[in-house]
Design a binder for this molecule. Structure first.
Ligand code: FAD
Ligand code: NAD
Length: 474
């Protein structure tokens, strides 16, 4: 993968080998297009190396320890000793397997994966700066390009990262020692997912959220069980507070906040994790050379196929805007590859699911009842609480519920909101129902295995039809 100082050409240049970029590259190669995929760091991008995968590995591993330590009511008396170095090594092994897999998939699909930073020189040429010392630069001419450069954490000017005490999520996933205390700035996806990881490791965690509630993008009905569990885990959640600044005091820090009532507070802590959102990466690209301006919010504007203002240059994934989710980026990639290959486009999704891997998990797809009403539907809603599920009770985690939203007249499924253990898996059934135009009758007519959590989806549909068996009708 060493890049010499030469000029070569490719039909399609893909910049960035995160989930959006590598999926675009592989799919385009499957269409018979010659593809060069350029990545300045590790294949797999944020998702595989510093995001989805390592965070989920730690969420799971810390939950194993915490579940074992808190299972006295099930007759289990254990006091697991957590070896953080061992846990991190295992997590790194999972990441390695997947990133090596990307390398192998590229080779198997004849994608030319090149290590380096791609920067536009003009509308059909990029300079590729080699990643390592002495690797030089080369010139690559292309017919089409796809920008998949992803995003990075937003840095608060009042709480700048120092990589030691004031850290971002990437650093939080590689800590060598368990901090005694941690202040998490931002009660969104990353803040709430990692708050539970550290709380389960025994860290004294405080979450500071500037809005009135954690996970502000979600309804109270699904965030309430998460807030309750956070409280049980000893996480102190303080909403409506503005972080004014941070003062380093040796190996610790003091975070200054003001409350909505104007009161000033100080939080002394060993570690400050700032997770207040992510911003697109466009400054690596030399966009001036191709006269492409990001929109005022920093993202690259595209049409529905990912095409930018230039017909032959596309943008996919986080760099092209919300939702900044790996599965959305991968879907963007499949569409862009089909558009470039002039092949039929994949079906336009009716709904993109979202999952927050908190404890318990939140998963949603399609419309809530209020959204369905605003869209002009006459919605009917069915719910099923997991406390009425034999399977949920037998796992010791019966909190949460499934809610299904359907059109009252025709019964078409419009959306679903789930909070509970394994919500991330259960939401797929409701997503498929929406995409297939399935109705409540289709869901209740599908035999679900017993005892499983998936029965709750069928039971929620029965509840919407006033035919609930294992719970009371509406
Ligand atoms: P990225 O994955 O960011 O990849 C972009 C790549 O481009 C990078 O590898 C970068 O090095 C490279 N690059 C940038 N500029 C250049 C250049 N000029 N030349 C060459 N290479 C370049 N999403 C989910 O759906 N589920 C989750 O559970 C989830 N968990 C997350 C947890 C955390 C802690 C974080 C931070 C994010 C999480 N996300 C999750 C979001 C997810 O990681 C992103 O949506 C996803 O990685 C975006 O994919 P992408 O391909 O657009 O960009
Ligand atoms: P986020 O947008 O989910 O949450 C940021 C939170 O910080 C919000 O609640 C916001 O109100 C709060 N905030 C902003 N400024 C603040 C301030 N000055 N003081 C206190 N609170 C402040 O962002 P994130 O948690 O950084 O995650 C970034 C993105 O990464 C997500 O939006 C999502 O797209 C992606 N992600 C997805 C998953 C998943 O799919 N499970 C997991 C992690 C990250």
């Amino acid at each position: 993968m060493v890049v010499g100082d030469i000029t070569s050409s490719t039909t399609l240049l893909v910049i960035g080998a995160g989930p959006a970029g590598y999926v675009t590259a592989i799919r385009a190669a499957q269409y018979g297009i010659e593809v060069t995929l350029v990545e300045r760091a590790e294949p797999g991008g944020t998702c595989l190396n510093h995001g989805c995968i390592p965070s989920k590995a730690l969420i799971d591993a810390t939950d194993v320890a915490h579940t074992a330590a808190t299972a006295e009511d099930r007759g289990i008396h254990a006091d697991p000793a957590v070896d953080l170095a061992g846990m991190v090594e295992w997590k790194d092994g999972v990441v390695d397997q997947l990133t090596t897999g990307i390398d192998r998939l590229c080779k198997a699909n004849s994608v030319n994966l090149v290590e380096g930073t791609a920067r536009f020189a003009d509308e059909h040429t990029a300079r590729i700066a080699g990643a390592g010392e002495g690797q030089g630069s080369s010139t690559l001419e292309f017919d089409h390009a796809v920008i998949a450069t992803g995003s990075r954490p937003i840095e608060l000017p009042t709480v700048p990262f120092d990589g030691e005490v004031v850290i971002d999520s990437r650093r939080a996933l590689t800590l060598e020692a368990i901090p005694d205390s941690m202040v998490v700035v931002g009660g969104g996806y990353i803040g709430m997912e990692l708050a539970s990881v550290f709380a389960k490791l025994g860290t004294d965690v405080t979450v500071l959220e500037q809005l009135d509630a954690i996970l502000p993008a979600y309804d109270d009905a699904v965030t309430r069980p998460v807030a309750r569990r956070a409280n049980d885990l000893g996480i102190d959640v303080e909403c409506g507070c503005t972080v004014e600044g941070v003062e380093r005091t040796g190996e610790t820090a003091r975070v200054e906040t003001t409350t909505e009532e104007g009161e000033t507070e100080t939080h002394a802590t060993d570690c400050v994790l700032v997770a207040v959102g992510r911003e697109p990466v466009t400054d690596t690209l030399g966009l001036g050379a191709i006269n492409l301006e990001p929109s005022p919010d920093g993202f690259l504007e595209t049409d529905a196929t990912g095409r930018t203002a230039h017909d032959h240059i596309y943008a996919v994934g986080d760099v092209a805007g919300e939702p900044m989710l790996a599965h959305a980026g991968m879907h963007d990639g499949r569409i862009a590859a089909a558009a470039i290959a002039d092949e039929p486009l994949p079906a336009d999704p009716q709904a993109v699911p979202t999952v927050v891997f908190t404890d318990p998990e939140i998963a949603t797809v399609g419309q809530t009842e209020a959204e369905a009403e605003s869209a002009g539907f006459d919605p009917v809603v069915g719910t099923f609480p997991f406390r009425a599920s034999g399977r949920a009770l037998s796992t010791g985690r019966p909190e949460g519920q499934v809610t299904i939203v359907a059109d009252a007249t025709e019964g078409y499924i419009l959306g679903g909101q789930i909070v509970g253990t394994e919500a991330s898996e259960l939401i797929a059934e409701i997503g498929l129902a929406i995409e297939l135009g399935a109705t409540l009758e289709d869901l209740v007519g599908t035999v679900h295995t017993h005892p499983t959590r998936s029965e709750a989806v069928m039971e929620a549909a029965e509840n919407a039809l006033d035919r609930a068996i294992h719970t009371l009708n509406r």
